[in-house]
Design a protein around this ligand. Structure first.
Ligand SMILES: *Cc1c(COP(=O)(O)O)cnc(C)c1O
Length: 446
């Protein structure tokens, strides 16, 4: 066991870290504080100074079964010794086959083809490329625009950036290097509210006029995540499916944040009873143990791509189908298949409603939103992430606000008392926000 622990006996070199290592969405000249983590188990992070924090973020929404889960560890250890990686060109292996079978059987019936990618952003790139190549194969290569809604977030690579919210995203920073896509207003009808006429009308108008040039519509189903933690109407989502069919536009659903139970359904599109033509998965796919993503598509999309001039789908990352990552995903999906997540997520939702709802009466709180295992306090002004982060740590929790949002997305197996610690801390911090800051904030899950 000693060999495992030797590293943690060395004090962390925070000075080196601040001077040389990029962290997400940070500056090298004015680095934000970082906290050294030396271990993680269940829902707890252990800091180098010995403090133990209840994790409210499940490591950017991915670690749904908690840290150090014996099933996932065992599957990965076994796989590591058997075959940790091999190229996927001309080679296949059982972890990839098993995973693809699982993904095809758990998603909607029409999705039959799986592309295994290395991160969520790449799964989105793959989805967009699939849509463009599909229309080439259908002799409609003028269909090259991607339609999306404002407030979206789909990743940080260039094509993914092009469909992120144009204001909060990174469009202005990179100017003409970012492809100009077509943006409709963000859906305004909240989840479970009667559909507002304007929501679908604005989309219909764009599609009616521009369907000849629109290849696909991409959207995060039900929950817009990093773009503001907004939950919108399932009826709206169902309406998008109908409109896409009417105007011959592919529907790409980005379930990278919502997939695998987070919103109370296994996939968020199930709230609307629809099927995507192309589906992006990531984040919780491996239970948060290692990077992996997947893009699924229908037979029709795959056939169209085969009819395109290239005749093949033009993508193939070095670490495609990484066996170690597939093994982690297989173990995580086996845990999902026991269906315990359903009772767990329901219980989290009930408890969040009970414990967070009264925060709506706080001066600084603009809205309280809860759906599945997601609890959100939208504040009236932009928050100072670094300052609030420190307050949360003093309260024994890891919660990382962004923009004007304080939220939690915990592991599904969080205990009731751990969850109470998180909600108590959220309310305490929200009630005591004194000064706001002009800190730059971008749309990101940062
Ligand atoms: C996080 C996220 C992505 C990007 O995934 P990465 O693994 O960070 O590249 C894309 N879409 C959605 C909806 C996300 O939440």
């Amino acid at each position: 066991m000693n060999t495992h622990n030797t590293q943690s006996t060395q004090p962390l070199d925070y000075d080196f870290d601040a001077k040389h290592i990029w962290h997400p969405y940070t500056s090298m000249t004015q680095p934000l504080p970082t906290y050294g983590v030396i271990a993680a188990k269940d829902r707890q992070l252990t800091l180098e100074d010995g403090r133990v924090l209840i994790d409210g973020t499940s490591s950017w929404w991915s670690c749904v079964h908690g840290y150090g889960h014996p099933d996932i560890l065992q599957a990965m250890e076994q796989q590591l010794h058997q075959l940790s990686h091999v190229m996927f060109g001309g080679i296949t292996h059982s972890p990839a086959i098993e995973l693809s079978k699982k993904l095809i059987s758990m998603t909607s019936d029409n999705l039959t083809k799986v592309f295994l990618a290395d991160s969520g952003s790449i799964a989105v790139e793959v989805a967009l490329k699939m849509a463009l190549q599909y229309w080439q194969g259908r002799q409609q290569s003028q269909k090259q625009q991607i339609l999306t809604v404002k407030n979206g977030y789909h990743g940080d690579t260039f094509a993914a950036m092009s469909v992120c919210d144009p204001q909060g995203g990174m469009h202005t920073m990179f100017g003409n290097s970012v492809t100009q896509q077509r943006f409709a207003p963000a859906p305004q009808t909240p989840f479970n509210a009667p559909l507002l006429d304007n929501d679908l009308l604005s989309i219909r108008q764009i599609m009616k006029q521009e369907h000849h040039t629109i290849a696909a519509l991409i959207i995060e189903p039900i929950m817009q995540g990093a773009g503001g933690m907004r939950f919108y109407s399932a009826e709206y989502l169902a309406g998008l499916r109908t409109l896409c069919d009417e105007f011959n536009i592919l529907l790409i659903l980005d379930e990278i944040a919502t997939g695998f139970g987070r919103t109370g359904k296994l996939f968020a599109y199930e709230h609307a009873n629809i099927e995507a033509d192309i589906l992006c998965l990531g984040k919780a796919l491996t239970g948060g143990y290692i990077s992996l993503a997947a893009t699924l598509c229908s037979d029709e999309v795959a056939l169209g791509i085969s009819d395109s001039p290239a005749g093949v789908f033009m993508h193939g990352p070095t670490f495609m189908g990484n066996p170690l990552a597939c093994a982690a995903a297989n173990a995580s999906l086996s845990l999902i298949a026991t269906n315990q997540w359903q009772a767990q997520v329901n219980a989290i939702e009930v408890q969040l409603k009970k414990e967070l709802s009264d925060a709506i009466h706080y001066d600084n709180v603009k809205d309280v939103r809860i759906l599945g295992a997601v609890g959100v306090l939208e504040m009236t002004s932009t928050l100072n992430t670094a300052q609030l982060q420190q307050q949360f740590i003093e309260l024994g929790v890891w919660i990382r606000p962004f923009s004007n949002i304080i939220y939690i997305m915990p592991a599904y197996n969080i205990t009731a008392s751990e969850l109470t610690q998180l909600t108590t801390a959220m309310k305490h911090v929200a009630a005591n926000i004194t000064k706001t800051s002009n800190e730059r904030t971008f749309i990101s899950h940062g």
